[in-house]
Design a protein around this ligand. Structure first.
Ligand code: PA5
Length: 443
């Protein structure tokens, strides 16, 4: 059976250079496995796939089934690591026009708490007013403002529509085992809850109930997803510094050390847009600290070739690309012959649309490499839950190795607190009086 594979032949980083990283990578992997490196209290994700058991999956599937039976719309509330992983998998595996499909077996999944836009909030409340809906509220800390605010508003709407018993059956909370406002509220109201393990940080939590519950609600086979991650966990454990994940970590660090400070994740399948959003958080929050870090950017091609293509081809030469490519699409569309050929496209007749897409990919790769933009290729044999599981673990473990190569703690995010502190001061949150005075003096 095929696995996710990596191709570094278009990066100008030779195998010899990669080999030079191997002893360092071996020791970083050892530190990840033995929990002896920086941030070692947040390494629960390293062996998470193999620790997931059948009873846990069955419980998540049963909860998902209950919500599927009850609700036409499930609102998944969360932000950052409590949002992006689920959305990445759900979007990647759903019909591109999912929200317009009326004949459906699973509820429509929509998202809240990932922004504070008032119009977004009002429109969501309008939408749900006359609909049968349920809430999955996800927050590891249980105190993050954006999801807490969304939960308050949406819970109020549920309370105005249903009996207390029914409200209780329409809410699931995924949070810390003992701390935080969401835990207190859930315990007090008797909601079904799932615990996010202490040693798994938000951006590494997609394979906990944080991701698995919404993904199951959307009808995705979470067993296949977990199996893919388990298999990749085993591949990396067997191949260690010779694995594709280690190679990816080495090559991107080598490029960074040679002035390529921005990595652009490229896809040629619009369904992968949120995979890139998830990846951006994983790498951005893990590496961007201590004045260091590769800036993670993303584009959807060929769409963005018509907007960002010029910059990538000829702008500042400080970028490299990582293409996530799908070897074989799930569906087939052939280009028809047209007798009149007024559009001049008969040279494509009989070809699959994917062949056109793949030639756009190859042509772009060659053009960008010619323009001094090194290209790494990560290939998934197919776009399905199993290979997304492989990809999730691949990027996670590569991120751990890469962060250690950069000599940062990849598992904290102290910089995220700065905006929160200012926002609370500006909103005059109790306990922030001194900060309020100080920030107001600056306005
Ligand atoms: O990766 C992280 O730690 C963050 O992105 C968090 O997931 C995000 O800030 C949401 O936090 P919480 O789940 O505590 O609401």
């Amino acid at each position: 059976m095929e696995n996710l594979r990596i191709d570094i032949s278009k990066t100008s980083v030779s195998q010899e250079v990669v080999n030079g990283y191997k002893s360092e990578m071996a020791s970083h992997l050892k530190a990840l496995y033995e929990k002896t490196g920086k941030g070692n209290d947040f390494l629960g994700w390293v062996n998470l796939p193999s620790s997931i058991n059948d009873a846990q999956l069955a419980d998540i599937e049963a909860t998902a089934k209950k919500l599927q039976d009850k609700a036409d719309i499930v609102v998944v509330i969360g932000i950052g690591g409590s949002y992006l992983g689920a959305r990445a998998v759900i979007d990647a595996l759903s019909n591109s026009f999912d929200h317009l499909i009326t004949d459906r077996k699973t509820p429509v999944v929509v998202y809240a708490g990932q922004n504070i836009g008032e119009d977004y909030t009002a429109e969501l409340l309008d939408l749900l007013k006359d609909k049968s809906f349920a809430l999955v509220s996800i927050s590891k800390s249980g105190t993050t403002t954006e999801p807490a605010l969304a939960f308050r508003l949406l819970r109020n709407l549920l309370v105005s529509k249903y009996s207390p018993k029914e409200v209780k059956e329409r809410i699931v909370a995924v949070t810390d085992g003992s701390k935080g406002a969401l835990r207190t509220l859930a315990d007090q109201e008797g909601y079904k809850t799932y615990v996010i393990p202490d040693d798994v940080g938000g951006r590494f939590s997609v394979l906990t109930p944080v991701g698995l519950l919404p993904i199951a609600i959307a009808g995705v086979d979470i067993r296949a997803l977990v199996k893919g991650a388990q298999d990749m966990e085993k591949i990396v454990a067997d191949e260690k510094e010779n694995s594709a994940a280690a190679t990816y970590a080495a090559v991107r660090n080598e490029l960074y050390r040679n002035g390529k400070g921005t990595e652009i994740l490229v896809n040629y399948q619009p369904k992968l847009h949120f995979v890139a959003e998830w990846w951006k958080q994983l790498y951005g929050e893990s590496e961007g600290k201590d004045g260091k870090g590769i800036f993670p950017a993303a584009v959807d091609f060929s769409t963005d070739l018509h907007s960002m293509g010029q910059w990538i081809q000829e702008g500042v030469r400080n970028i490299f690309e990582t293409i996530v490519t799908i070897k074989t699409p799930n569906r087939t569309v052939n280009v028809p012959t047209d007798e009149a050929n007024l559009d001049g496209l008969n040279f494509l007749a009989g070809k699959r649309v994917d062949e056109v897409n793949k030639m756009a990919e190859l042509g772009t790769l060659i053009a960008h490499v010619d323009g001094d933009v090194p290209n790494i290729k990560v290939e998934l044999p197919e776009l399905n839950a199993y290979y997304l599981g492989q990809m999730i673990y691949f990027f996670e473990i590569a991120c751990g190795i890469s962060g250690y190569l950069l000599e940062v703690n990849p598992f904290d995010q102290p910089g995220v607190e700065a905006y929160k502190k200012n926002m609370f001061a500006l909103l005059e949150k109790p306990g922030h009086e001194e900060d309020t005075k100080a920030i107001k003096a600056r306005l």
